[in-house]
Design a protein around this ligand. Structure first.
Ligand code: NDP
Length: 242
């Protein structure tokens, strides 16, 4: 559908779930893709498939982020596409939320995006080309009880997206967010059945989203064809929030 030949992409949190499918779809469109995740691989780029590399990366560690982006540019020559996908939840009502759970979620979901974006932008500016796609969430737009930390982090991601989009537009770098609704992955499988049923009732299209639903939106925003779109939040939520 879109041709990403000769482009290099980095996807964080790509060992499984939404990130894995995003990485696969970028690779199928011709990009060389680096999958970065917490624990699954070595600290050096290792080949894990055709034009696909894996690397261990904790997005909360700014030195490690510099190291991985440095390796990508040194070994693969450039960095065209960054997908900030790594994210976690530590749910609980505000009154019972431990400071540790607040900090952990903000650190992974927001600080991580800051470190990666800052490092990637410095490389993309020299290339005069880049596509940054940040995975936010519908709850960052709507709010959700029991997720003050997660909601704050995802609203923060949306704000960061818009601010950076304005800063780097003159260098031909676009920065957009994708806001998924309720998607079937490990992150959501532990929800009680009653909560799942309630959520499904809120979705006009009447079904839970798939990882492919998200990957196709990301692929579009990563393509050259999306070159006049920046600072946008693409809702992929079955109509849950409009
Ligand atoms: P998963 O939990 O299935 O996958 C997330 C991946 O990120 C895991 O492989 C995880 O590794 C990795 N990860 C966690 N912390 C770090 C870190 N510090 N550094 C590097 N990698 C890390 O989540 P989903 O695929 O469901 O979610 C992907 C993104 O989509 C997240 O940002 C999430 O907030 C967002 N999202 C998801 C929705 C859903 O309904 N599923 C809805 C809205 C948004 P490990 O397994 O080792 O922890």
């Amino acid at each position: 559908m879109f041709d990403l030949k000769d482009q290099v992409a980095l996807v964080t949190g790509a060992a499984r779930g939404i990130g894995r499918t995003i990485a696969d779809s970028l690779a199928k469109s011709g990009a060389t893709v680096v999958l970065a995740d917490f624990a699954d691989w070595d600290a050096e780029l290792q080949i894990v498939g055709d034009r696909t590399y894996g690397v261990r990366l904790d997005v909360t560690d700014p030195e490690a982020v510099k190291g991985v982006i440095g390796q990508i540019v040194d070994q693969l020559g450039r960095l065209d596409i960054l997908v900030n996908n790594a994210g976690i939840t530590r749910d609980g009502l505000l009154m019972r939320m431990k400071e540790e759970d607040w900090r952990k979620v903000l650190s992974t979901n927001l600080d991580g995006v800051f470190y990666l974006t800052k490092e990637a932008v410095s490389r993309m500016m020299r290339q005069r080309y880049g596509r940054i796609i940040n995975i936010a969430s519908v709850v960052g737009q709507m709010g959700n009880p029991g997720q003050a930390n997660y909601v704050a982090s995802k609203s923060g991601v949306i704000g960061l997206t818009k601010a950076v989009a304005r800063e780097v537009a003159s260098r031909n770098i676009t920065v957009n967010a994708v806001a998924p609704g309720y998607i079937a992955t490990a992150m959501t499988e532990d929800l009680p059945d009653s909560a799942k049923q309630e959520l499904q009732k809120m979705i006009p299209l009447g079904r839970i989203g798939t990882v492919e639903d998200i990957a196709s939106g990301v692929l579009f925003l990563a393509s050259k064809e999306a070159g006049y779109i920046t600072g946008h939040v693409l809702n992929i939520n079955g109509g849950m929030y409009m």
